[in-house]
Each structure stands twice: as C-alpha cells, then as structure tokens.
Design a protein around this ligand. Sequence first.
Ligand code: SAM
Ligand code: SF4
Length: 419
Amino acid sequence: MTALGDLLGPPLLCPVKILFAATIAVHYSRLSIMYQFTRLPPLTLYIHFPWCVRKCPYCDFNSHEVRGELAEPAYIDALLADLEQELPRIWGRSVSSIFMGGGTPSLFSASSIDRLLSSLRARLTFAPNIEITLEANPGTVEQQRFAEFHAAGINRLSIGIQSFQDTQLEHLGRIHNGKQAICAVEAAHKAGFDNFNLDLMFALPGQSKQSAKNDLQTAIDLSPSHISYYQLTIEPNTLFHTHTPVLPNDELAWAMQCEGQAHLDGAGYTQYEISAYAKVERQCRHNLNYWQFGDYLGIGAGAHDKITDMAQQTITRCWKVKHPDAYLSNAATEQRIAGSRTLSQDDTTLEFMLNTLRLTHGFNNELFQQHTGLPLSSIEAAMQEAESKGWLVRNRGCIQPTEEGQRFHNDLVTLFLPA
Ligand SMILES: C[S@@+](CC[C@H](N)C(=O)[O-])C[C@H]1O[C@@H](n2cnc3c(N)ncnc32)[C@H](O)[C@@H]1O
Ligand code: SF4
C-alpha cells in the first residue's frame, strides 16, 4: 500500500502534529471549481508556550528547556502584541474555545495566565460557553496553583501523564513519577476541575499488553472526563530517533490499541477520534474543531493558524517564528511571521480529508461544503474507490472511516491526492 507518510511523515497522532503535516504543500492541479463559502466555520484560538523543565527524548513539539529565569511577563506581552496584529483577520467573529498548549503552559504563574485571559477578554468576543483548556505537567503544579488557574477562568485541564509506571516514566525522561502523577490529578479534582483530560501513551519501550491495561485502569479510576491514548511514535529530530529503544511491534501495538478501545468503552469513554475518548458531552471542543476543519488563530512561538476569508473566498495558513528568543524580539512586527500560504482547492480537499477521516463519525455533505467551499461531487470518484477497498462507508448521510480505514488512515487519505 502507498504510504501517505512518504509525503506527510510518520503516523500523526496529536492534533498539533496534524497541523504541521497539513502545512506541507502538495502541488498539482485537478479541477477548477470555484470556492463558494456561504458561511464561516467556527473560530478557536491556540496559544503556544514554548518552554519545559526538560526536553523529553521522544518529543518533537516546539519546546525548549528553560535556562535561567522564565521570560514570563515579556512572553505575555509578546502574545498580546502578536494578537493585536492578527485582529483584522478575525474581525467580528466570536471565539468558541481557547487552548493553551506547549511546551508546558503550567510553568507560568496563575497571575500571568490571569493577565493574559483578562486582556483576551478585552480584545475578543468569547462565546457564552467558551471552553478554555490549559496543558499541565505533573511536577509543575500543586493544588494552590490549579485553584488559581481555575479562578482565572481556565475551565478545562489537559494533564500529561504518559504512564503511571516509574520505570516507563524514567525511560521517557519525564520529571515526575507515578505517585506524583496521581497526586496532580487529585489536586485538579480538589481545585474544582470537573472537566479534564489525561494524556497516556502506549506501545512504550518493552511494554506488555497487561502493563498498558494497568495504566489505562489507573487513569479510569481517577475519573477524568476525557482520555487521549496515543501510540508512541518515533519522530525525526528527537533523541529516540537517534537512539531508538526496543518498542512493541506493529501487531502488538495494534492489539494494545484495540484492547484499550474496548477497555475504555466498557468504562464509559467513547472513542470519537483515532486517539481521543470522552464521557458523554465531554469531547474536547477545541480539538474537534481542528478535526472538523474549522478555523483557528494561532499566537505564540511556532503557532500555526488557518483562517477562511469570505470576502476573498480563500483559506490561508500562517505560522510564527519558532524560536522563543526570535519570537520575543519580533512579536510586534511582521517578522514574527515565518511563513504563510493560501490553500489551493486540491490542498483544501486533502487537508479536509486528513482531518475529518480521523473522526469516528467522519463528516457529512454540509460540513464538506461549508468548510471547503466545494461540492461533494468533487471527491465522488475517490470516495467510491475508498468504499471498494472497505475503508469508507456512507451511513445515514455521514461519510465514515471503517475500523480498517482508521487503522490505515494515511493510505485512505492518499486516495484523495490528485492522480
Ligand atoms: C503537546 S504534548 C505536551 C503536553 C505536556 N507538555 C506533557 O508532555 O505533559 C501533548 C501530548 O502529546 C503526546 N506526545 C508527545 N510526543 C509524542 C510522541 N512522540 N508519540 C506519541 N504521543 C506523543 C503526549 O501524550 C503529550 O502529553
Ligand atoms: S514536557 Fe511535553 S512538550 Fe515538554 S518536552 Fe516533554 S513531551 Fe514535549
């Protein structure tokens, strides 16, 4: 089978990674249907925090080890300067969710997060039931700080657990142990958070099915509203890429994924995306918007965005300079922008499929038309081919990946590349 990975890199598991992949331009021309956007998609805001206590050996996110004092006030000022420049691109639109991701946003003090949120409120229209998530690492937070984040307006946490087993956490270069991971979750509960996600990884070095299951059960016992269950992937430019540990083979990793899915389902966590499981009505609205190919503004070092322009009938992607020092020096100027591109119609189709086919329920005709501005007939031939391979089904108006389609997501999406 052809691997889309040849074009887009290794399997994509995190929303942020999808965004990076989606910025790879595919040059070709197929048809010349005109875009017709009649309504704008929902809009969200992503804010990147580029520092961590220590760099984990598997991580290819834009994260840098803190050296010396954290440039906290200067970074908040830079984020606000960046936002000021971007406001004309989203004028008049309301923001339905905010995601503070990293790096380690929980390294920042609650007073800085409070200042940031108050300034955002003064400049943006927040939707009435806005979801505001902050990523937190065990080892950087205690109950008091969680309580202050909550008081500042954070209403959802995403806690990076990875595993509860000390030996695994050591292999992964984490700064916390299993007990500290449990304490962090208990502290989040006590601080008043009833909506939080736990990130777990599986197919870890030397891991057995039973140990993966034990990690899941410990997570379930802590009653999060959401669990992200990622297969560890070896990314270029990481220490694990040069010194790769012995990992479970593909068959074992797939068995862990299937058994994990059944285990989570039995505990009331329904899978709605390849790696995302939620209790009823607790899906992550921010990530769902990425996977439904909605719009998002990105501020912060290395942040990416995607904005639809009704007047121009275009979709544009833009990304900021990655290095924190370069970002801090340039946040108020055009030099903060590392690149941008306007999507061709073929890019739009491919990126829509890359995102929506990660969702268990796929997409429908209305979403395709609204978020791509194109008619569904433009992908009819590729859909038929995917159906004939058993990777796609049409079910009561929804176009959905089958279990095989989800497993071979990259091959499925490849069918939507132009001939
Ligand atoms: C943006 S990262 C960082 C969150 C937070 N800084 C932390 O590590 O606790 C979000 C999640 O992506 C997952 N992740 C990072 N690198 C990964 C990799 N190489 N393979 C699979 N999942 C990965 C981890 O579960 C991590 O918690
Ligand atoms: S703490 Fe999270 S963002 Fe930072 S290096 Fe580790 S995995 Fe990457």
